[in-house]
Design a protein around this ligand. Sequence first.
Ligand SMILES: [Zn+2]
Length: 233
Amino acid sequence: MQGLDTRLAQLEHKRRTLPELAEAEKVDQRLADLRDVLVAAQTAEGDVAREQKKAEADVEQVVNRAVRDRQMLQSGRGSAKDLENIQHELQTLAKRQSDLEDVVLEVMERRETAQNRVTEMTVQRDEAQTRRDEVAAAIAEATGAVDRDVAAVTAERATIAGVLPEDLLALYERIRAAEFGVGAAALRRRRCEGCQLELDISEVNAIKAKPADEVVRHEACGRILVRVPDSGL
Ligand SMILES: [Zn+2]
């Protein structure tokens, strides 16, 4: 019974400390980081996209103005002074257009870089998500295996509990609850394997004098002592 209970405790420990759980924690952290980075990259890309729109609108404005100026020139309306001013403005506009087009090109380059980063981060995020799914499946599988072992050991335990005297089982459970999961321990070479203390000779002799079917307990720790061939009695 104690062997089975120890096994059950080990299985619960195994379930809580599956290496896949630590891996899942790591991947979750990475996934959260990548989501943040991706949001930042998308925000940055959006900012540059707006910048590009603005720069293109600036160019358009200058181009439209130049078109109007040329129409004005072609119409021949206005004084010679007006026409001269328009000629001058057209020169200024051409220079301005060229400068603004440089700005557009520069913004487009930055936008491409930003878009590449979004793409790259999306790929990394997707990879991390795939890994997370794999780890989740591995956890489910490992947990399932532990559950099956627990079920088998629990069934075996029920069988043994069914044949143990009720008062002995109650005593065992009481000690087990109080003594860190160990209610019964082998007495081996005069040593209690529950608390690891060696029994003094008078206690050994007292146990020796008792019938083999009498329940004996270690005075020091209170655990039920199970006599085995090399108990040293
Ligand atoms: Zn003991």
